[in-house]
Design a protein around this ligand. Structure first.
Ligand SMILES: [Zn+2]
Length: 470
C-alpha cells in the first residue's frame, strides 16, 4: 500500500489536527506492515504556498527561514508521536520535485491555455471564490485579482471523473464525502486557473515552464508531491505497479484530491490513486484550532505533559469517523486513565502478579482463546474509533475472565489453566495494540515475555492523580 497524508502549509507550527491525520496514517501503515504487506507511508510539507510568504512578511523574517523552521517542526513530530513514515517530502527542497512538476505540466500541455481572469481570491484557502466571505471561515477579506493566467481544461474530464468515482476505481470514504464530490462534479466543472503572477507570489514557487512571469498554482505543485517524491524505480513500484494508493486528508481539501488531482493525472496519462479517506476537523475547547489555542493544541506540548500513549489513544479512540470532535485535556486524561491505567495497565499487572504469586513467575501452557479482535474490517473501512474499540473488547473480556474464574480460589491446575489463558490474551493484546500504541504495546509485550515473567511494574502512570492536568 502506498499511503500519503496531505502536505500542510508551513505558515505556522503543527497543531493537533495535523497530528490526527499523521496518527491515522501511521496506524494504517503499521497495520498493513504487520500483515506482511509492503507499505510506503509518505508525508511532508507544502513549502511553496503564498500563505507562507505572507506569514513570513507578517513575522518580519525571510520566507526561507520561516519555511525551514516550520517544516522542521512538522518533520520533528516523528519522534514525539511515534510515527513510522518512510518518506518526508518538502516541496521547496526535494531534489526531484520541481522537475517532476514541470514534467506533469508538459504532459498536460494539450489541456492548458491562457486566459484573462478576474476573481476573488482567498489566500487562506489558496483558491478563487465567486463571492465573499470565504466559505471556509477565513476572516481576511478576499482579494480582487485580475491577471492573465494559465487554465486547465478541467471541464473535459467531467464524465471521466464521475465514472471513476461511481465505479469505485477511486473509492472515497466516508460515503457522504463521496456523494458530495459526485454532486460537485455532476453540477458541471469549470476550467481551473493553474498559475499565478510571479509578482503576486513575490517570486516564491515554481515558475511556469516557458513563462517565467507566472508561477505554478500551489495546489498543482502540492498535489504533484504524491508522484514527484517517487524517484527512479520507486515511481514504477509505488505509482504504476502498486494495487492500493490511498490519500488521507481533511474534509476541506477533498475537491483538490478527488477532482483536480485525478483530472491532472488523466490528462497526463498517468495512473490514478485508488482511495481517498477524509477525516473531519478537531476543535479544541469548543473552538476552531488557531494560534490562540496555544499549548492545548500543540501535539508536542501534549506529549510532553501526558505521554504519547495518551495523546494517540485519544485521537484514535475518541475521534468519530464522521463529525467534528472536540478536544480538551480533561477528556484526554479521563480516557487515558480509564482505558490505559485502569483497563489495560491493571489487567496486565494483575495477571503478572498472579503468575508470580501462584506459579513463581512460570508461564503455563495457553488455555482457551478469548474473543477474537475484528480490527481488520474496521480499518478497511477507515474507522479508527471502531478499530480501537475492537481492540478494547479484548481488554474487557480478559478483565471479565479474571472476575469469572477467580484464579486465587482455584486449585493449582485451575490456576495454571486460567493464567495460561490470561497471559496468552495479554500477548495477543500487545500484538493487536501495536499499530495504535506502539510504545505501550512494547511495554505490554515485555511484561508478559518469556517462560518466566519479569516482576510486575506499573505500565501507565495515572494522569489525573499525577496532577498534570492542572
Ligand atoms: Zn478561505
Amino acid at each position: 500500500m502506498y499511503l500519503t497524508t496531505t502536505i500542510p502549509y508551513v505558515n505556522a507550527r503543527p497543531h493537533l489536527g495535523h497530528a490526527l491525520e499523521l496518527v491515522q496514517a501511521d496506524v494504517l501503515a503499521r497495520h498493513h506492515r504487520r500483515r506482511g504487506e509492503p507499505v510506503r507511508f509518505q508525508t511532508g510539507t507544502d513549502d511553496n504556498s503564498l500563505k507562507n510568504v505572507l506569514a513570513a512578511e507578517a513575522a518580519g523574517v525571510p520566507v526561507r527561514e520561516l519555511v525551514d523552521r516550520n517544516a522542521a517542526a512538522f518533520e520533528g513530530l516523528r519522534g514525539p508521536l511515534d510515527l513510522s513514515f518512510d518518506s518526508f517530502i518538502r516541496t521547496s527542497t526535494h531534489p526531484g520535485h520541481r522537475a517532476g512538476v514541470e514534467r506533469i505540466w508538459e504532459a498536460t500541455r494539450h489541456d492548458l491555455y491562457q486566459r484573462h481572469y478576474e476573481g476573488l481570491y482567498c489566500v487562506g484557502c489558496e483558491q478563487f471564490y465567486p463571492e465573499g466571505p470565504c466559505p471556509d471561515g477565513h476572516e481576511a477579506p478576499l482579494q480582487r485579482v485580475s491577471e492573465q493566467n494559465w487554465f486547465f481544461r478541467l471541464s473535459s474530464y467531467q464524465d471521466a471523473l464521475s465514472e471513476l468515482i461511481r465505479s469505485e476505481r477511486l473509492r472515497i470514504e466516508p460515503v457522504a464525502r463521496r456523494n458530495e464530490v459526485l454532486a460537485f462534479i455532476e453540477a458541471g466543472l469549470d476550467d481551473l486557473s493553474v498559475s499565478r503572477s510571479a509578482a503576486r507570489a513575490r517570486g516564491w514557487g515554481i515558475p511556469v515552464p516557458g513563462d517565467p512571469d507566472q508561477v505554478v498554482y500551489v495546489w498543482w505543485d502540492a498535489l504533484a508531491n504524491y508522484v514527484t517524491a517517487l524517484e527512479g524505480d520507486d515511481y514504477d513500484r509505488w505509482w504504476v505497479s502498486e494495487r492500493r494508493k490511498v490519500h488521507l486528508m481533511g474534509k476541506g481539501v477533498i475537491r483538490f484530491h478527488a477532482v483536480y488531482w485525478p483530472a491532472m493525472l488523466l490528462s497526463a496519462g498517468k495512473p490514478l490513486p485508488t482511495g481517498i479517506f477524509v477525516h473531519d476537523y478537531l476543535t479544541v475547547g469548543g473552538r476552531k484550532i488557531s494560534k490562540s489555542s496555544g499549548d492545548a493544541a500543540d501535539p508536542v506540548a501534549l506529549v510532553d505533559a501526558y505521554g504519547v500513549d495518551a495523546v494517540r489513544w485519544w485521537l484514535l479512540r475518541e475521534v468519530p469517523r464522521v463529525g467534528d470532535a472536540d478536544f480538551t485535556e480533561e477528556r484526554l486524561v479521563a480516557r487515558a486513565d480509564e482505558d490505559l491505567a485502569n483497563g489495560l495497565g491493571n489487567l496486565v499487572n494483575r495477571v503478572v502478579t498472579m503468575v508470580h504469586r501462584f506459579l513463581d513467575g512460570h508461564v503455563p501452557a495457553a488455555g482457551e482463546e478469548l474473543a477474537a479482535v475484528p480490527v481488520d474490517e474496521a480499518l478497511e473501512a477507515f474507522d479508527f474509533r471502531r478499530a480501537a474499540a475492537a481492540v478494547w473488547t479484548l481488554v474487557e473480556e480478559a478483565n471479565r475472565y479474571v472476575e469469572r474464574t477467580q484464579p486465587w480460589r482455584q486449585s493449582r491446575a485451575g490456576q495454571e489453566a486460567a493464567l495460561g489463558t490470561l497471559v496468552h490474551a495479554c500477548r495477543t493484546l500487545a500484538v493487536q495494540l501495536e499499530p495504535f500504541l506502539p510504545t505501550a504495546a512494547a511495554r505490554v509485550a515485555a511484561a508478559v515475555a518469556g517462560e518466566r515473567l519479569p516482576r510486575p511494574e506499573p505500565l501507565f502512570r495515572r494522569l489525573a492523580t499525577a496532577g498534570v492536568a492542572g
